[in-house]
Design a protein around this ligand. Structure first.
Ligand code: SF4
Length: 113
């Protein structure tokens, strides 16, 4: 049995009696999530009881897409979700539009590895 097969078997076994928070959530299979969507997924993963097994499988399988155990995966590797900026971090209403757009969450950020 390969490491990938073993990791999948462990995850699949754990999922026999547990419905993870991502079940049925299309964000976990979407491409190009913005920062707020990644943070939403990460918050769900943070309370998931099988996150260790999920991450072990994602790494063993070298997945290239999807959101697994707090990370978005792609051809570049994996990207850890960052917390959503707080309201205090938002620019004041009189700030130039360019300053406001810099805080938009749809800009890709650098991989965390
Ligand atoms: S840790 Fe894995 S199984 Fe759990 S919610 Fe996140 S993606 Fe789903």
């Amino acid at each position: 049995m390969t490491a990938e097969e073993a990791a999948w078997a462990a995850l699949d076994d754990a999922l026999q009696d547990y419905e993870p928070p991502c079940d049925g959530n299309d964000l976990f299979t979407a491409d190009g999530l913005g920062e707020s969507a990644r943070a939403e997924c990460a918050a769900l993963c943070a309370r998931c009881l099988v996150s260790d097994l999920c991450e072990a499988f994602a790494d063993a399988a070298n997945v290239k897409c999807g959101f697994w155990a707090g990370h978005q995966y792609g051809n570049y590797g994996r990207r850890k979700a960052r917390p959503v900026p707080s309201a205090e971090a938002a620019p004041p209403p009189s700030a130039p539009a360019s300053a406001s757009s810099a805080l938009q969450d749809d800009q890709p950020d650098a991989p965390d590895e």
